[in-house]
Write a protein that binds this ligand. Structure first.
Ligand code: 5AD
Length: 348
């Protein structure tokens, strides 16, 4: 089994049977070996420094009805909100003072915050914070609108493909949503010049090991600059409310596989991982992650952006809890980097 790990580290890819062996491995020693290799690779690129991104959840209004997501259109049990440009700027200002140099604007596909509005918001932030990266995570738009966001000064875009298997995609999403369109959005984003992030939920309902292998091959072809991997966590007011959560171990295995395949990629220890497992964030970092994304949203709205039950937004998950995060990272030998943390190309 260790041979697969060694081969992955050297060749940066495996035949499907190698991924299958790793993804179904239950042996603690092999897993520790995999995580250690991934950690070493991350260390050669990033040292013991973890990039931080300030997450601003700009709207929980969404036109989509994804079966897994707590802010789906069909959920009548949540109070909807939209942040104004002024509030978003206040979040950025607060974040800047705390040391953040990347702001991530995330939200549902809210067509009232129109493309014009987003473009304007980006250009205001760009003007006020010229030394910061602006990341958008706002779902699917036509390529022309992505282009406008890019020209206005956005540098990065996060759009998880969720699953590369089309049948599985339609198990997770209602018919109005198209797998093809999602994949084509990712291609547009890359072509436009965004540092592009994609990824999946681990253990989403109906997901098989074969699906995960297809996801790995897809990500290896796309070569995204950022890879977001977190466990699925049920939300009570969704059709998947009674489904089991994804496995932490499998999430960590995937993190390590992606680190070995994409040594310089930006890979977060996700909030979902931190929510599901005690020390989930630390475990993610020790499996090869090099980014964390504390929450910069206004305190009174944070609870309303509940993608899944009990989503963590306090303590080390909160931007104002940076000192807690710093201490947690210290206990495992890491420190926060306040650099902008762009994707950095380096040959081997
Ligand atoms: N559990 C875990 N992750 C979720 N997301 C949405 N709903 C859930 C859930 N129930 C993830 C999706 C989306 C990202 C913003 O949050 O992968 O792309």
């Amino acid at each position: 089994m260790k041979q697969w790990v060694d081969r992955l580290r050297i060749e940066k890819s495996l035949p499907s049977e190698g991924y299958r062996a790793l993804l179904t491995c239950r042996d603690a020693e092999t897993m520790e070996y995999l995580h250690r290799q991934a950690r070493e690779v991350a260390y050669t690129y990033f040292g013991n420094r973890i990039y931080i991104r300030g997450l601003i959840e700009i709207s929980n209004c969404c036109r989509n009805n994804c079966y897994y997501c707590g802010i789906r259109k069909g959920n009548t049990h949540i109070e909807r909100y939209r942040l104004s440009q002024e509030t978003i700027l206040e979040c950025c200002t607060q974040g800047y003072e705390l040391g953040f140099r990347t702001f991530v604007l995330q939200g549902g596909e809210d067509r009232l915050q129109s493309a014009d509005w987003i473009e304007e918001t980006v250009s205001i932030i760009r003007k006020q914070f010229p030394d910061c990266a602006i990341t958008l995570s706002l779902g699917e738009y036509p390529p022309e609108e992505y282009k406008r966001f890019f020209r206005a000064g956005a540098n990065r875009y996060l759009l998880r493909h969720e699953t590369y298997n089309q049948e599985h995609y339609s198990l997770l999403h209602p018919v109005e949503m198209s797998w093809k369109h999602r994949i084509s959005c990712l291609e547009s984003l890359k072509n436009i010049g965004f540092q592009t992030g994609t990824g999946i939920m681990v253990g989403s309902p109906g997901q098989t090991v074969e699906h995960l292998i297809d996801d790995i091959h897809f990500i290896s072809r796309l070569r995204p600059e950022m890879i977001g991997i977190g466990p699925f966590i049920p939300h009570q007011d969704t059709p998947f409310g009674n489904q089991p959560a994804g496995s932490i171990e499998q999430t960590l295995i995937l993190l390590s596989i992606f680190r070995l395949m994409h040594p310089n990629a930006l890979i977060p220890a996700t909030t979902a991982l931190a929510t599901l497992a005690p020390n989930g964030r630390e475990k993610g970092i020790l499996a090869g992650a090099n980014v964390v994304m504390p929450n910069l949203s206004p305190g009174n709205e944070r609870k309303k952006y509940e993608l899944y039950n009990n989503k963590a937004s306090l303590g080390a998950e909160a931007a104002e809890g940076l000192s807690i995060l710093r201490k947690q990272l210290q206990t495992i030998g890491y420190e926060i980097s306040t650099e902008k943390g762009d994707f950095w190309k380096r040959e081997n």
